[in-house]
Design a protein around this ligand. Structure first.
Ligand SMILES: NC(=O)N[C@@H](CC(=O)O)C(=O)O
Ligand SMILES: [Zn+2]
Ligand SMILES: [Zn+2]
Length: 417
C-alpha cells in the first residue's frame, strides 16, 4: 500500500510525502510516483503526530463519559497519534488481568496508538502495591494513581523502588489530602470573592517535595503530572539542577487560565489540580519556556453534561482537552510570536517520545512510522462543542477563536481523521 501526500508545507517549503507499508519512504519537493491513495494537503502544514501522555478514556465502566472508540477518534481529531491512558477506569487497572484486558480493548477499539498506565496501589488508594513487575512485563508504560495522591510516604517509596527495578517511570498526581479542606477551587482571593471553599496550593508542592526526596533515594524516573504551582516549578527546577531523573507535564488550561479569570461559579472551570493564581500561571509559562517543564499534556477528562452542571461545589473535577490542545498552544504560543512551531512540537511530540523512550511513534523522518497530521494554520475558527468527537463537551474554551484546525491525521499511514 502506497500513499502520496501532496503539497504539504514543511519548513516553509512544499513537499510531497510518500508512505509505503505504514512508514515514511520519502519526503521531497515535487516527488511524483504511482500510489494507491493520493491526499492533497492543499498547502497546509504537516506535523508529526502529537503525543499526549495523560488522557482519561473511561472505558470500561464509565462509558457514558467516553469510550476507547470515542476518545481515540477525538484524539485523532486533535492531531494526536499516540496517547497514554490513565488507569482510573472501572475496574481500576490494578491487576495483571485488568491490564491485559485493557491491552486487548485498546487494540480493538482504538484508532490511534494507546499506551496503558497501571495503578501504583490497589484501587488507587490502598497501601498495598500492585504487581508492578508483572504489569511492566506485560507492557505498562509507567505506574500512576492519577486522580489521587499517594498519601503514605512508604507506599510511594516502595513503588519507586519497584519502578526503578523494572525501569519504568512513576507518574505522580501530587496532592496531600490533608491540605484540601473540602476545596473546589484554588484557595485565595478568587475563592473568597466567589464564596467557594478553597484548597491550598501547598497540597501539591508539599507532597512533591516529599516525593523528590524519595525519588532521589531510589533513583527512579519521576514524572510530575499536571504541574500547577510556582513552588512545584521551583522544586522541579532544583531537582533537575541536582541531576535527578525528573520530568514534568503541564496542561493547556493551566497555561492559559488562572483563578482570577473565574468570574462566577462555573463548573467548566473546575478541575484537579484547580486553576491557580496568576503568579502560578506565570511560573508555569516560564518553566515551560526554560525547559523545567518538559511537555504539554491535556489531562483529557470527559464527564457527562449532568456531572458538569450546576455549582462548582457539586460538579465533577475535570475538563476535556484532546481536541483543543494543539489549536490553543499554536494560537497562544506560536501564532502570538512567543515560540516557533518547532518548539511547540518539542512540547507535544519530541519531549514526550524521549522522556518515555517511545520507539513506535513517528517523528516525520524517512523510515519512521507514518504518524502525522495536516493542520490549517492560516484560518481562524471558533471552538464548537458540536464538532467534538469526544462524548465530553466539558471545555471552558468553547466559543474561543483559534488557529490550527486539523485537516487530517494518519497513524501508520492510515487516515484516521
Ligand atoms: N483532572 C481532573 O480533574 N480529573 C481527572 C483525574 C485527575 O487527572 O486527577 C479525572 O479522572 O476526571
Ligand atoms: Zn491527576
Ligand atoms: Zn488525569
Amino acid at each position: 500500500m502506497k500513499t502520496l501526500i501532496q503539497n504539504a508545507r514543511l519548513n516553509d517549503q512544499l513537499v510531497n510525502i510518500l508512505i509505503q507499508d505504514g512508514k515514511i519512504a520519502a519526503i521531497e519537493p515535487g516527488l511524483t510516483t504511482p500510489a494507491d491513495q493520493i491526499f492533497d494537503a492543499h498547502h497546509h502544514q504537516v506535523i508529526p503526530g502529537l503525543v499526549d501522555v495523560h488522557v482519561h478514556f473511561r472505558d470500561p465502566g464509565l462509558t457514558y463519559k467516553e469510550t476507547i472508540a470515542t476518545g481515540s477518534k477525538a484524539s485523532a481529531h486533535g492531531g494526536f497519534t499516540t496517547v497514554f491512558a490513565m488507569p482510573n477506569v472501572k475496574p481500576v487497572v490494578d491487576t495483571p488481568e485488568a491490564f491485559e484486558n485493557m491491552l486487548v480493548k485498546n487494540r480493538e477499539d482504538g484508532v490511534i496508538k494507546i499506551k496503558q498506565y497501571a495503578a501504583i496501589s490497589g484501587d488507587l488508594t490502598a497501601d498495598h502495591l500492585t504487581d508492578i513487575r508483572k504489569m511492566a512485563e506485560l507492557g505498562a508504560i509507567a505506574f500512576t494513581n492519577d486522580g489521587h495522591g499517594v498519601q503514605t510516604a512508604d507506599t510511594m517509596y516502595q513503588a519507586m523502588q519497584m519502578a526503578a527495578a523494572v525501569n519504568r517511570p512513576i507518574i505522580a498526581h501530587v496532592e496531600d489530602d490533608s491540605l484540601i479542606h473540602g476545596g473546589v477551587m484554588n484557595a485565595g482571593p478568587a475563592a473568597d470573592r466567589l464564596g467557594l471553599p478553597g484548597m491550598s496550593s501547598l497540597s501539591e508542592s508539599a507532597q512533591l517535595a516529599r516525593d523528590l526526596v524519595l525519588a532521589y533515594a531510589t533513583g527512579c524516573h519521576y514524572h510530575v503530572a499536571h504541574i500547577s504551582t510556582k513552588e512545584s516549578v521551583e522544586l522541579v527546577r532544583m531537582a533537575k539542577a541536582r541531576g535527578m531523573h525528573v520530568t514534568a507535564e503541564v496542561s493547556p488550561h493551566h497555561l492559559l487560565l488562572d483563578d482570577a479569570m473565574i468570574e462566577m461559579d462555573n463548573p467548566m472551570m473546575k478541575m484537579n489540580p484547580p486553576l491557580r493564581s496568576p503568579e502560578d500561571r506565570a511560573a508555569l509559562i516560564a518553566g515551560l519556556l526554560d525547559g523545567t517543564i518538559d511537555m504539554v499534556a491535556t489531562d483529557h477528562a470527559p464527564h457527562s453534561a449532568d456531572e458538569k452542571r450546576g455549582s462548582m461545589k457539586t460538579a465533577s473535577f475535570g475538563i476535556v482537552g484532546i481536541e483543543t490542545a494543539f489549536s490553543l498552544i499554536y494560537t497562544h504560543f506560536v501564532k502570538s510570536g512567543l515560540v516557533d512551531l518547532d518548539t511547540a512540537l518539542r512540547w507535544m511530540v519530541t519531549n514526550p517520545i524521549n522522556a518515555f523512550n517511545l520507539t513506535d511513534a513517528g517523528q516525520l523522518r524517512v523510515g519512521d512510522a507514518a504518524d502525522l497530521a495536516i493542520m490549517d494554520l492560516d484560518h481562524a475558527f471558533e471552538i464548537d462543542a458540536a464538532e467534538f468527537l469526544s462524548k465530553g463537551k466539558n471545555s471552558p474554551f468553547i466559543g474561543d477563536t483559534v488557529y490550527g484546525k486539523t485537516i487530517a491525521t494518519f497513524v501508520d499511514g492510515k487516515q484516521v481523521y
